[in-house]
Design a binder for this molecule. Structure first.
Ligand code: TRP
Length: 453
């Protein structure tokens, strides 16, 4: 029954609660920090177009597959596969997902820490008055190369994530998201409106929205598809795990649709803030690097009446958005240890949390903190290896598993619970069995080109 916690595992309070929690997982630094950087480095509007297509045809397909699998099995990724195909090597998909999740969290929490640190930077008045791009770049590099500050906030984020997750699914995840996500959304709209009315905004918009198809390449497609998985929290079992808490009477198709739509909308809005502001500050569109968003937001905030207060609010909400994502990343390994290994929730959370922190140390020191890790670009490497390639591999195997091993027929039966008339069933079947696997194989092929470059 809706709203009733029928098992020790917990279920969402309602369909809306699930959508909010899944949206909270999806919306995060991927939309506001990573998406604009990706657009900037991969040809502008062309990337945006490929990205939207990737979300619509590939992301949505995988999202529905993960939710369906999760709800059917009512388990974490490893357990879900074991439930459907006992004692088979397919379980490795689940393990890959768990490792990927820990590795994503390790660098993600570092960046989330930057956002948290920026609350205090803003509050200290660092961004008052007229700001140039040179100034904000300097402030960012001073901040991100200071190991003390970076570790303080990285630790804070991990600590908060551990705290929230140890409280369990319902109380922990649900309540946060309900109130704060809508406020973040309104603030982003406000900032976009301001950015669009800056002098020079049009030049930024052109880069962002007018495609130059000569820039289309295998690399662009690889990054766009990888970013779609990252932004929608796919390919490692987050949505299998979140799906396992959905009630049987909910409509999985419309849930997947809403989450994909909201996530994409926020990413596109973030671009509407970043690119006009970049152009306004006299920079070309294709600058980038890890700090792009952190260099641009202070500029737009300083152009806004009441920017000081809005600035503090913005970085607070960005931190919260990141937290609703970090908790979804930590929830996967924790659900595995609790379900399959009978660990207590507290122990699982603590052990995985500490391990993740240790794995994150090189990333935390790779933005100037320590020359060795900075030269190796550890954070960018982790983002590419785990935040892109691993997710694509994971998604490929999830498609094959759902499409061929579990079987589309069985999956459709599960979808039918809560949605007896699934109109897109043939398109989804085609996508999960052919289109998506082939597209992923195609992009994995292009990794060679990137490794060579
Ligand atoms: N989607 C989140 C973001 O855009 C990050 C995230 C949370 C994630 N859970 C995930 C990415 C699972 C990949 C897989 O910020």
């Amino acid at each position: 029954m809706e709203g009733q916690d029928t098992s020790a595992r917990g279920v969402w309070g309602s369909k809306v609660a699930f959508i909010l929690a899944a949206t909270g997982s999806a919306i995060g630094l991927g939309n506001i920090w990573r998406f604009p950087t990706m657009v900037s480095q991969n040809g502008g509007a062309v990337f945006v177009i490929v990205y939207i297509l990737a979300v619509a045809f590939i992301g949505f397909t995988v999202m529905l597959a993960e939710l369906t699998l999760g709800r059917h099995a009512q388990r974490n990724p490893v357990g879900a596969i074991e439930y459907i195909k006992p004692r088979s090597p397919w379980k490795l998909i689940g393990y890959l997902g768990i490792i990927t999740g820990v590795c994503i969290l390790s660098f993600y929490a570092v960046v989330a820490g930057w956002a948290a640190g920026y609350i205090f930077k803003t509050a200290s008045g660092a961004f008052k008055g007229k700001l140039t791009a040179e100034m904000t770049t300097q402030i960012f590099s001073d901040f991100s190369s200071n190991p003390l500050l970076v570790f303080l906030f990285f630790g804070l984020i991990m600590g908060l994530t551990i705290f929230i997750i140890s409280k369990g699914v319902k109380k922990g995840i649900e309540n946060w998201t309900k109130i704060l996500m809508p406020i973040l959304f309104l603030l982003i709209v406000l900032l976009a409106v301001r950015a669009l009315t800056l002098p020079g905004a049009l030049k930024g918009l052109t880069f962002y929205l007018q495609p130059d198809f000569s820039k289309l390449s295998g690399t662009v497609i690889l990054f766009a598809v990888g970013q779609a998985f990252f932004s929608l929290s796919l390919g490692m079992g987050t949505m299998i795990t979140y799906g396992s808490y959905i009630s049987k009477s909910d409509n999985l198709v419309s849930s997947a649709g809403w989450v994909s739509f909201a996530d994409t909308l926020v990413a596109l809005l973030a671009g509407l803030i970043i690119f006009p502001t970049l152009a306004f500050s006299g920079q070309p569109g294709n600058v980038g690097g890890e700090g792009l968003a952190f260099q641009i937001f202070p500029i737009i905030l300083s152009e806004l009446p009441g920017g000081y207060i809005f600035g503090i609010l913005f970085f607070t909400l960005l931190t919260v958005a990141a937290l609703t994502s970090t908790i979804s990343l930590l929830e996967v390994p924790v659900a595995y240890l609790v379900d399959e290994r009978n660990w207590t929730r507290k122990k699982a959370v603590l052990v995985i949390g500490v391990v993740t922190f240790i794995i994150g140390i090189p990333s935390a020191l790779s933005t100037g903190g320590l020359e060795f890790f900075t030269k190796l670009k550890v954070l960018s490497f982790f983002a590419l290896a785990f935040g892109n390639i691993s997710l694509a591999v994971g998604a490929l195997f999830i498609c094959i598993f759902v499409g061929y091993i579990w079987g589309v027929k069985n999956a459709l039966k599960e979808v039918a619970s809560g949605n007896p008339r699934f109109r897109l069933r043939y398109i989804w079947t085609f996508s999960i069995m052919f289109l998506t696997p082939v597209a992923i194989l195609f992009i994995l092929y292009f990794i060679k080109t990137i490794a060579a470059g």
